[in-house]
Structures are given as structure tokens and as C-alpha cells.
Design a protein around this ligand. Structure first.
Ligand code: ZN
Length: 321
């Protein structure tokens, strides 16, 4: 579709959707990784270019303040990056700078010390199994692991199996997995304190994403609150400023976090908290502690932009990937 035509369709759709609405985009890793949510670097940069061309990218704090006053420009977009892997600094940040954009980075602080989060740990264990291993037995299931694709599938299935466990159960299962495999040295693949400081000093915003990335509804209430508060305090110590926003791990309301967790986020002193449920943020949102976001993946300019424009209307276009 020609640029001018696409531009007028986007303007039409977003004008119909009404004033003062905000779409918050979620990204995870960018570049090379076994992570299922990792985006190709070229596509990420393309999407940044399209966002600049057709929408109004803006910082999170500024966007929420303008929205409160009813002065948010039409087609406003906020970029958020979840988890805190090192590509946030080495790949994502340079591209944001290159295109004069800003983003909010939601960081799970256990990664600072460990170098990765639990699901990436599982992927690394499975992907680096000795090449002569063709079958892998775990918790009564046998997985084929002779090829690269079989290993990706095995890692995904084991991660899915372990995801909906409490932190204690998760750790027990991961330790079983570690015992079963030869000791592998995992490289530190996460942001460090200096990189977080530099991101912040260079105009990026830093948000909390708990310590251990648990499913909050699977934890005792006090543990869930600690997870949120500790990550907030650790990040505040690093940047020397208040951390105002939280993104819930996994982030589906009613599944991964609930009303109790929303109240806890407020008690912890967060100004707002984000889910991973799809949608936009309306003028004076009913609940600042379950703000919706949107995950873009389209590889074509027209599909990406149309789907994003439609996100402002509350309708989601069922376009083929
Ligand atoms: Zn996450």
C-alpha cells in the first residue's frame, strides 16, 4: 500500500476511535536468542521506522501525564521492553537512540545476578545438551532431541510445564534438570547495574518486573508482594530515583495476577502497573493497575500499521501473520 494511502487509512481509523487514547507496545528480546519472544533485529528497526512515520511515539511518564490532562496527541504510542536481557542495552537501546526514540524497560532483577531468567535457563540446558544425545527423559516424558528443532520444541514444552508452578516447585524441577545434564557454564546474558544506570541517564525509563518472574497468583500473598517490592527497591538503588511502574510477569489478568496483586502493586507505591492483555489505555482508565498493552509482530508495513491503528478502536484485526 502506498504511504499516503496507508497514512490516510490510519488517520481515519484513529480519528474514529476518539481522542486521548494511548497504545503501549511490548517487546522482549531482539536479535539472536532461543527465547520464543525474540524478534529479529531488522524487523524491530523496521517497526521503529513505521512507528515514527505513522504514529506519535512518546515517553511513558509524559504520555500518562498528557492523557490525564486530556491533551494526548492522536496516535500516541509508548514502547516498553520486558525482562532485561543484555540486548536491551546492546541492540535495542542503540536502535532507539538512532531513531531518537525512548522506551520503558521492565526488569526482573534476579537476572542481574544469575545472568538469565528461569525459562532461558531451561532453553540453554536443552540446547547445549551433548550432540550425541537423541532422547531426553524428564518427569516421565520422553523428548526427541536429535535435531535443533526438536530441542527448541523440547525446551518449550518443559518451560510450559514448569511455568505454572510456584517459585519453590519451579526451582526443584530446574535443579532436577540441572542434575540430569552435564554441568554447563552459562554465559551472563542479562543487563548489569552499570548498563541500567546508563539507560536511565540516557533518557530511558526503568520499571519493575518482580525479582524472579513468578506467576503471582501461584505464590502466597506475602511472597507475591515481596517480589514486586524487592524489584522496585533494587532498581531504585541502582538508578537513585523512584521506580514508578510495574509490569506483571506473564501478565494475563485473572490468570497470572489478580485483584489482590493489583492492590499490592498500589501499596508498594507504583503509580501504575501493566498487564500483557491486548488493548489500549482510555482517557481516565478505570484501573491504573491493570493497564493493557499490545504486542506487534507483523512483518509488512501495512499490516503492522493497520493492526496498530485498529488497536486504538478496541477491535483486533485477524490478519494473517
Ligand atoms: Zn517477562
Amino acid at each position: 500500500m502506498l504511504s499516503w494511502m496507508l497514512s490516510s487509512v490510519i488517520n481515519g481509523v484513529t480519528a474514529l476511535s476518539g481522542e486521548n487514547k494511548l497504545s503501549v507496545l511490548t517487546y522482549h528480546r531482539v536479535g539472536e536468542s532461543y527465547n520464543q519472544l525474540c524478534m529479529d533485529e531488522y524487523l524491530f528497526e523496521q517497526q521503529l521506522i513505521w512507528i515514527k512515520k505513522y504514529f506519535n511515539p512518546i515517553g511513558l511518564t509524559e504520555a500518562l501525564a498528557l492523557q490525564k490532562k486530556g491533551k494526548l496527541p492522536r496516535r500516541s504510542i509508548v514502547i516498553t521492553i520486558d525482562d532485561g536481557y543484555v540486548d536491551s542495552f546492546t541492540t535495542i537501546f542503540p536502535l532507539l537512540k538512532k531513531h531518537n526514540l525512548t522506551a520503558t524497560f521492565f526488569i526482573s532483577t534476579s537476572g542481574l545476578e544469575k545472568g538469565y531468567l528461569w525459562d532461558e535457563h531451561i532453553s540453554l540446558i536443552i540446547m547445549t545438551l551433548s550432540v550425541d544425545i537423541e532422547e531426553f527423559l524428564f518427569e516421565g516424558r520422553t523428548f526427541e532431541v536429535s535435531t535443533y528443532n526438536e530441542r527448541i520444541k523440547c525446551a518449550k514444552e518443559i518451560s510450559d510445564q514448569i511455568k505454572y508452578c510456584s517459585l519453590n516447585e519451579r526451582e526443584t524441577l530446574i535443579q532436577k534438570l540441572v542434575k540430569q545434564t552435564k554441568k554447563i557454564v552459562l554465559k551472563h546474558d542479562f543487563l548489569n547495574e552499570l548498563q541500567i544506570k546508563l539507560l536511565y541517564k540516557q533518557g530511558m525509563e526503568i520499571g519493575a518486573h518482580t525479582v524472579n518472574h513468578p506467576i503471582l497468583t501461584y505464590e502466597k500473598s506475602d511472597v507475591a508482594k515481596r517480589e514486586m517490592l524487592d524489584s522496585k527497591e533494587i532498581l531504585e538503588d541502582i538508578i537513585g530515583e523512584q521506580v514508578k511502574y510495574l509490569a506483571y510477569p506473564n501478565g494475563k489478568l485473572g490468570i497470572d495476577f489478580d485483584e489482590n496483586n493489583q492492590n499490592q502493586a498500589k501499596e508498594c507505591g507504583f503509580d501504575a502497573a501493566f498487564s500483557s492483555d491486548w488493548g489500549f489505555i482510555n482517557h481516565s482508565p478505570k484501573d491504573l493497575y491493570s493497564l493493557k498493552r499490545f504486542t506487534p509482530w507483523d512483518k509488512s508495513e501495512a499490516k503492522f500499521c493497520l493492526r496498530l491503528a485498529l488497536n486504538f478502536t478496541g477491535y483486533y484485526m485477524k490478519l494473517d501473520k
